[in-house]
Design a binder for this molecule. Structure first.
Ligand code: ATP
Ligand code: MG
Length: 431
């Protein structure tokens, strides 16, 4: 009996072993009595040669007529051959079609970006997309591992919410039995409630932002890696972010090698090695003004500003102490300069910009009520959130990291949607 192997293992199998592979036909070339097939599975692509005379005639005919993307079972002998892609091929001894492709596969070399996105459900089979999804899964696993090793408890928060975390303009409204509720932009408020029992919590789940800004770094649905810590200052939060990003990038660089090779990419772990530079908003403003940006004190930086700023660095860097006007009401004012907040964003170098946003939260009841009013909001809409400041409040800090933003930066993609299975953007909710 031939061993049933995956493609990656077939490359490692001893010469002349008979193996059985299951996969899909990626390509076919016929040269008279010789058929070259590219067989693809979740682990890679290998060349299969089918020679008339060396295989039952019925199987040979089946192989020579097989259509692209048909699913098949191939049995054959492993042959090391430096001319074959990857250095080995399978000399077919038996060939069986499982599921025939009954129409011409629409994705062809040179297809446009729009066509590929319209046919994302089929494009997902490409080795490159598969490699990206493997890397995404690796990174997600590494993030979970890091939090657990460092004493964070994973929690799962609701997606239906009644009050905005990031601001009303980017909320998706949902009809909830005749009542208006919204899709969550961040689980921060729920995490703040949870730290009073669990102290250090984290969540990896989708956030939704109705952002019409058609930048290359915004999705309307993205996976948000959020954490909140009791008894933690802005400094503590930055230390956690620095270690989280540094350690996971290092581990990813060590484990993603085969997939990066398929993408023709490389992750150099030293680009994320701590410590990360820190600059205050005021200094960032000076840099941007010297580059010709006309920004008023208090304005938040947009994608253009962050892109320019992050070209100045070759490592991730923190921008800290944003003005009150640029940040949501819950950010803690700096006691030594109340014009600014104890906030920090982590920007990726090389033009990528923000990948993490966070800071210290207001833990004082009166101050929080005052800041809610100053933001033009109604404290009665934040009743339960204010309650958290009534019973044994504690200084606390947290952050949110965009999973896709991190991958987009590490893989050097043009558009953030490339690292999602089925991207959601203002103009795309199908397929
Ligand atoms: P930006 O200014 O880039 O829109 P933000 O300040 O709105 O980001 P936060 O509210 O701080 O971002 O969210 C935390 C993190 O979530 C961001 O640092 C980013 O990594 C990620 N993120 C935010 N909005 C999006 C989005 N629309 N698409 C993908 N990731 C996002
Ligand atoms: Mg935003």
């Amino acid at each position: 009996m031939a061993r049933r192997l995956h493609v990656a293992d077939a490359f490692e199998a001893p010469e002349d072993e008979e193996v059985e592979l299951f996969g899909w036909i990626r390509n076919k070339r016929v040269h008279g009595g010789l058929v070259f097939l590219e067989l693809r599975d979740s682990t890679g692509t290998i060349q299969v040669t089918v020679k008339r005379g060396l295989i039952e005639e019925g199987s040979f005919v089946e192989a020579s007529e097989v259509t692209r993307e048909s699913s098949v079972i191939v049995t054959g002998i492993v042959k090391k051959d430096p001319r074959a892609p990857g250095g080995a091929e399978i000399r077919c001894t038996s060939f069986k079609v499982i599921g025939k492709s009954i129409a011409e596969f629409p994705i062809k070399p040179g297809a446009s970006v729009k066509f590929l996105l319209d046919n994302r459900h089929l494009h997902l089979r490409s080795p490159k997309v598969t490699a990206i999804m493997k890397i995404r899964a690796l990174l997600t696993g590494l993030l979970h591992e890091w939090f657990r090793k460092n004493g964070f408890t994973e929690i799962h928060c609701p997606t239906f919410i009644t009050a905005a975390v990031e601001g009303g303009a980017t909320l998706f409204k949902v009809d909830y039995f005749g009542k208006n509720v919204y899709l969550t932009q961040s689980v921060q408020f729920y995490q703040e409630a949870a730290i009073f029992g669990l102290e250090k919590v984290y969540t990896i789940q989708p956030s939704f932002r109705a952002e019409l800004s058609r930048t290359r770094r915004h999705l309307t649905e993205f996976w948000h890696v959020e954490a909140e810590m009791a008894n933690a200052t802005l400094e503590d939060m930055m230390a956690v972010v620095e270690r989280l990003v540094g350690d996971t990038v290092k581990a990813l660089a060590e484990s993603a090698g085969p997939y990066l090779k398929i993408l023709g990419k490389n992750i150099n772990a030293s680009i994320a090695e701590p410590p990360y530079p820190r600059i205050k908003y005021a200094e960032a403003l000076e840099i941007l003004r010297s580059k010709g940006f006309n920004i008023e004190w208090g304005q938040d930086f947009g994608a253009d500003e962050e892109r320019e700023l992050s070209k100045e660095f070759d490592k991730p860097f923190f921008v800290t102490h944003y003005p009150k006007e640029a940040k949501a009401f819950y950010h803690m004012p700096d006691p030594s300069d109340p014009r600014v907040t104890l906030s920090a964003d982590l920007l990726a170098p090389g033009g990528y910009g923000e990948i993490v946003g966070g800071g210290q939260r207001i833990h004082d009841y009166e101050l929080l009520v005052q800041r809610i009013r100053e933001a033009g909001l109604n404290p009665s809409d934040y009743e339960w959130y204010l309650d958290l400041r009534k019973y044994g409040s504690v200084p606390h800090s947290g952050f949110g990291l965009g999973l896709e933003r991190m991958l987009w930066w590490l893989l050097g993609m043009v558009h953030i949607r490339s690292v999602t299975l089925f991207p959601r953007t203002p103009t795309r909710v199908y397929p």
